[in-house]
Design a binder for this molecule. Structure first.
Ligand SMILES: Cc1cc2nc3c(=O)[nH]c(=O)nc-3n(C[C@H](O)[C@H](O)[C@H](O)COP(=O)(O)OP(=O)(O)OC[C@H]3O[C@@H](n4cnc5c(N)ncnc54)[C@H](O)[C@@H]3O)c2cc1C
Length: 396
C-alpha cells in the first residue's frame, strides 16, 4: 500500500471518534483525509465499550448532542450506511425517594433537549421488569429511544463509508511526533512515514495526553478504570428487555440474547485507580466481581442462580469535570482535540464527529456552540456544571 505523504487533515486514532469525524469530513467534501491508528480500528476502549446510550446528563448542550446521536443510531443504515446493530431496548432509570428531585431535574433537562422520557407507575415497572425487586424505588422513568449498539461495528461502518469517499485509513501505524513551526502544525511523523497537513485532529482517547505532549500542550485526562461483569441466567428464568439503571446500588443491568446479564457499576470509577493506558488489565478485578455478586442479586434475585461468564475492564478518558474537550488548540493553530469522553463516548460519537467536521471546515458549529467544551475552562477554573449529576449517579 502506498503511504500518502500529504493530506488536508490527519486524524490520530481509529476509535469511534476518529472514524466518525473522518466520515463526516468526507461527507461535507473534505476527502483528502488520512487516519492513522497504531493498532487496529476500535482496538482501544471503543472495542470494550458497553456502548449504552445514556439519555441523561447535567449539561444542556450535551443533551442536544445525545439527542442527535440517538437519531443517528435509530436510523443508522439510512443516515450513515452499514450496521450499528443498535438494539433499541429502552432504558429505565429508577431511584428511591431521596433522589426523586435529582431524577426529575434530569428528566426535565433531557426533555428540553428533545429526548423522550415517560414516568412509570410501580405496576408498569413491575410488568416491564419481571424478576426485579422494586422495593424502595419511588420513581422510575423509561427513556424509550435508548439502547445499545455494537461499538466495533459502528466504528467499522464509519470507516467503510469514509474509505468509500476517499479517506485513507492506515492501521498498525503509530504517530510518533508532530512538527510545529510558526505556531502551526505542519506534519505528522508515524511508524510508516510522515504526512504533511495543515490540520491534525487528536482523537486518541486515553492516549491523547501523549499526542498533546508532541505539540507541547497539556491535556487534562486521567485514564481511569471502567469494569463490567457478565452472568448467564438459567434458561427457565425470566429476564427483561430495557437496560435498567438502579439508583439504589447504581448498577446498570443489561439482559442480552443467550440469557446473559451484563452488569456495570456506574459509580465504580469515581474511586478507581488511574491506569497506564498501555498496560491496563483487560479483566474485571476480584473486588468488582465480589461487589457484583453481593449487590447484583439485591436488584435481580435470579442472579443468585446465575453462572459467572467473565469480566472486562478498560479505561475511560476522564476530564476534571467529566465533559469532553472539543476545540482547536489556542496555542497551536490547526491542532484540534476531541477527547475526554468520560465514559460516554458511544452516547455522543456520531454527533460529536459531525460537530468536529463542522468546526474544522467552518470554524463554528450549529447544533450546539462547542466553544463551551474548550479546555480553556480548566485553565480558568470554570468546569461545566455537570458534577451535580455525575457525583450522584456516576457514569455510563
Ligand atoms: C468498559 C467501558 C464501558 C463503556 N461503556 C460505555 C457506555 O455504555 N456508553 C458510552 O457512551 N460510552 C461507554 N464507554 C466509553 C466509550 O467507549 C469511549 O468514550 C469511546 O469509545 C472513546 O472513543 P475514542 O475514539 O475517543 O477513543 P479510543 O477508543 O480510545 O480510540 C483512540 C484510538 O487512538 C489510537 N492511538 C492512540 N495513540 C496513538 C498513536 N500515537 N498513533 C496512532 N493511533 C493512536 C488507539 O490505539 C485507539 O484505537 C465505555 C468505555 C469502557 C472502557
Amino acid at each position: 500500500m502506498v503511504f500518502k505523504s500529504t493530506a488536508e487533515v490527519v486524524i490520530i486514532g481509529g476509535g469511534v471518534m476518529g472514524t466518525s469525524t473522518a466520515y463526516y469530513l468526507a461527507k461535507c467534501g473534505v476527502k483528502d483525509v488520512v487516519l492513522l491508528e497504531k493498532r487496529y480500528l476500535a482496538s482501544g476502549p471503543t472495542g470494550k465499550s458497553a456502548a449504552h446510550i445514556r439519555p441523561y446528563h447535567g449539561v444542556e448542550e450535551t443533551i442536544k448532542i445525545i439527542q442527535r446521536t440517538i437519531q443517528v443510531y435509530l436510523n443508522f443504515s439510512e443516515m450513515v450506511g452499514g450496521d450499528a446493530e443498535f438494539r433499541n431496548t429502552g432504558r429505565i432509570w429508577a431511584e428511591p425517594e431521596s433522589k426523586r428531585k435529582l431524577l426529575e431535574d434530569a428528566v426535565a433537562l433531557s426533555r428540553r433537549g428533545g429526548i423522550k422520557a415517560e414516568y412509570l407507575s410501580t405496576k408498569d415497572l413491575e410488568e416491564m421488569m419481571p424478576g426485579v425487586a422494586t422495593e424502595g424505588l419511588a420513581v422510575a422513568v423509561l427513556f424509550p429511544e435508548a439502547g445499545y449498539s455494537n461499538p466495533g461495528l459502528v466504528t467499522a461502518s464509519f470507516a467503510a463509508r469514509a474509505r468509500e469517499m476517499g479517506v485513507e485509513i492506515y492501521e498498525e501505524t503509530e504517530v510518533t511526533g508532530i512538527d510545529v513551526s510558526g505556531g502551526r502544525v505542519r506534519s505528522v511523523t508515524s511508524s510508516r512515514g510522515a504526512v504533511s497537513a495543515p490540520i491534525v485532529l487528536n482523537a486518541a482517547g486515553i492516549w491523547s495526553p501523549q499526542i498533546g505532549q508532541m505539540v507541547g500542550i497539556d491535556i487534562p485526562i486521567k485514564p481511569t478504570r471502567g469494569q463490567g461483569v457478565v452472568f448467564r441466567l438459567p434458561w427457565e428464568l425470566p429476564s427483561f428487555t430495557p437496560i435498567f439503571h438502579d439508583g439504589r446500588s447504581q448498577y446498570i443491568f443489561r439482559c442480552e440474547p443467550g440469557n446473559l446479564v451484563n452488569l456495570i457499576n456506574t459509580l465504580e470509577k469515581v474511586d478507581a485507580e488511574i491506569l497506564d493506558p498501555d498496560t491496563m488489565p483487560e479483566d474485571a478485578s476480584e473486588e468488582t466481581l465480589a461487589n457484583a455478586l453481593e449487590r447484583g442479586p439485591e436488584t435481580f434475585p435470579a442472579l443468585k442462580m446465575a453462572s459467572y461468564r467473565g469480566g472486562y475492564s478498560c479505561a475511560y478518558d476522564v476530564t476534571p469535570d467529566d465533559s469532553p474537550i472539543m476545540e482547536e488548540s489556542e496555542d497551536v493553530s490547526g491542532f484540534f482535540n476531541m477527547v475526554g469522553w468520560s465514559g460516554l463516548g458511544m452516547t455522543q460519537a456520531p454527533a460529536a464527529g459531525e460537530l468536529m467536521a463542522e468546526l474544522i471546515t467552518t470554524g463554528k458549529t450549529t447544533l450546539v456552540d462547542v466553544s463551551i467544551y474548550s479546555s480553556r475552562r480548566f485553565k480558568e477554573n470554570r468546569p461545566l456544571a455537570s458534577a451535580w449529576l455525575f457525583g450522584e449517579i456516576g457514569f455510563n
